[in-house]
Design a protein around this ligand. Structure first.
Ligand code: ADP
Ligand code: MG
Length: 331
């Protein structure tokens, strides 16, 4: 386990969320102004040099599949949204195969609030009754998916939105969720699904034709019923099935933090177990880390939890040697 000191004093992870936001002034400032970064101070020669330095990474990842979970603030802030779309299109145009799986927690909560409902979570999973499932379907499979498709298309890509129904992509069954401290205790969290099978044929066909798949985390069951599936788990399973080179989970925090709020830059499965056991990892980080470990153990070469609040987080992660966030290793 490697840790780096925090840029600002931070306490427990939950409260660290806010502290960390203020710790990224450039991200926040750029995002707030919506301004394109002014590069006038960089000479054309230096600009050319910067582009040339991406060559080894472009060569290394050419033809490789990158599964990207798009979530957190990068999804709600307009400037970060535009950066994300540009990054995905650029990676596609230099020969990689980016596949986007999106979340949409804030958008679902907003839609629930309109009908006077409040979202509830157990161990980081959304409790999904029938009414909530309806909202999840039209918010994720409708509005959110189409917004992302539109953004990528506006940046010059050809995005196609899919749910787990399309091409029989994601089969699921009702999740039986055990208590993380007491396995004999089980929660009923409604229409939340656990993936039983992924048929990646539709994704492969699209990527071969230069389309960028944008996938909503909704699966279908044996009785043709819909299931709400945590997007981190969909991204992880898809990365495994596709034999992806990289799985990048963009989120709203710097990465996995320890109890003091310090960023843990790399973690093994065993270390993660300890952090779950002592309560350091909780909430939405639980399914994220579970998916990440699963993908790492199943042979996905690089698995990273990345700070999506950093402008062009994707390009930084794929085309430079800068490491932001937490890298997850199988051992
Ligand atoms: P996403 O949209 O990226 O899925 P989530 O809210 O589901 O976001 O999960 C990320 C959240 O997990 C963080 O904002 C933080 O509140 C919470 N969390 C719990 N434990 C930790 C931890 N040890 N390190 C970082 N974040 C944590
Ligand atoms: Mg989440």
């Amino acid at each position: 386990m490697t840790s780096v000191p925090s840029p600002a004093p931070e306490s427990a992870p939950e409260s660290a969320t806010n502290a960390a936001v203020t710790a990224v002034p450039t991200a926040a400032a750029t995002a707030a102004s919506g301004a394109v970064h002014d590069l006038a101070h960089i000479t054309p020669r230096d600009q050319a040099e910067i582009l040339a330095q991406a060559l080894p990474y472009i060569r290394k990842f050419h033809g490789k599949t990158l599964v990207i979970k798009y979530g957190g603030n990068a999804m709600t802030d307009p400037a970060l949204q535009a950066d994300f779309a540009e990054d995905v299109v650029l990676l596609k145009l230099v020969g990689m195969n980016p596949i986007v799986v999106h979340g949409g927690g804030p958008q679902i909560d907003e839609a629930l609030a309109k009908i006077g409902k409040k979202g509830t979570f157990i161990q980081g999973m959304r409790v999904t009754d029938e009414e909530t499932m309806e909202v999840v379907e039209w918010v994720l499979g409708g509005q959110v998916q189409q917004d992302i498709v539109g953004l990528i298309n506006a940046a010059g890509g050809k995005a196609v939105g899919l749910t787990g129904w399309d091409g029989g992509l994601i089969r699921a069954r009702k999740l039986k969720m055990a208590d993380k401290d007491d396995p004999s205790k089980e929660y009923d969290i409604g229409q939340v699904g656990e993936i039983t099978a992924i048929d990646p044929a539709v994704v492969k066909a699209l990527q071969d034709d230069q389309f960028i798949p944008v996938i909503s985390p909704i699966g279908f069951g044996e009785g043709n019923e819909s299931f709400n599936i945590n997007a981190d788990l969909v991204a992880s399973k898809l990365a495994t099935v596709l034999g992806a080179e990289k799985l990048l989970l963009l989120t709203n925090i710097r990465g996995v933090l320890d109890k003091a709020g310090t960023l843990l830059t790399d973690l093994t499965a065993r270390e993660v177990d300890e952090l779950i056991e002592d309560g350091t990892i909780s909430g939405g980080m639980l399914p994220k880390i579970a998916g990440a470990i699963d993908a790492a153990k199943s042979g996905v070469h690089a698995v990273h939890i990345v700070d999506g609040r950093v402008p062009h987080a994707l390009l930084l992660e794929v085309l430079t040697d800068q490491a932001y966030g937490t890298m997850i290793r199988s051992h």
